[in-house]
Write a protein that binds this ligand. Structure first.
Ligand code: ZN
Length: 233
């Protein structure tokens, strides 16, 4: 099985299209989405339609939740809050219901998928290090837990002595962000797991970042949301 794992698309249509066309060239069996389909970017409806039609399933991200649950926006900075308000005003009832229907966690083929962290996926915790990943390791039984949320890709073996990817070992893997990477590299990030070849790869791809930035400015979203795309921050 070849599985593409996408997270944190954040309404960036140019980035999502770049990732989907790369996936189409790699004979992938299934696409899984780890949430934050919307928020920050200028194309929430188009990104939702693409994920709904292409992904086997998606879990719920904190920005997806904040579209419907206004109290959740208290944790957001002013730009994120403005973007979620703008997003909510653009989505129809059907799109809102889809976001409200997304689960916090899905277990599939001995793999766990959550947006933030496996201990309590409703708490929106961040995992930034191998040390933190190993603390979370006791909270899932599957071989791999896939996460997003920090927008920083990383592969953490639960056994600290393991180097690289070994299909007999257990991991917590952050696939990074499709639409707003924050590791200083502006290119889209997603994960590709091949259970037959026994490999995992973090894929980085260029996309039309200038168009995505222009659309943010034209939509009167906060300008810093455009600038950070180019900086990868
Ligand atoms: Zn996010």
């Amino acid at each position: 099985m070849r599985l593409a794992v996408l997270s944190d698309i954040h309404s960036n249509l140019e980035a999502l299209e770049s990732v989907l066309s790369d996936i189409d060239r790699r004979s992938v069996d299934d696409i899984i989405c780890l949430g934050d389909i919307v928020g920050y970017g200028a194309d929430p409806n188009a990104c939702l339609e693409l994920i709904r039609s292409r992904a086997r399933f998606s879990v719920l991200g904190n920005h997806d939740q904040a579209v419907n649950v206004v109290e959740e926006r208290i944790h957001f900075n002013p730009s994120a809050e403005r973007a979620v308000e703008w997003t909510a005003s653009l989505l129809d009832e059907n799109a809102r219901e889809y976001l409200a229907s997304l689960p916090y966690r899905v277990s599939f083929e001995n793999l766990l998928f959550v947006h933030s962290a496996p201990k309590d996926p409703t708490a929106w915790e961040y995992v930034f290090s191998g040390f933190e990943a190993r603390l979370f390791g006791r909270y899932f039984a599957e071989r791999i837990c896939f996460i997003g949320h920090s927008h920083v890709p990383g592969m953490y073996a639960l056994d600290a002595s393991v180097r690289g990817y070994d299909p007999t070992q257990r991991y917590l893997i952050n696939v990074g962000s499709v639409g707003q990477p924050r590791d200083g590299d502006w290119r889209c990030s997603y994960g590709l797991l091949d259970t037959v070849a026994g490999s995992y790869e973090n894929i980085r791809l260029e996309y039309d970042v200038e168009t995505a930035m222009k659309k943010i400015v034209a939509s009167r979203l906060p300008k810093n949301l455009a600038g950070r795309l180019k900086a990868g921050l």
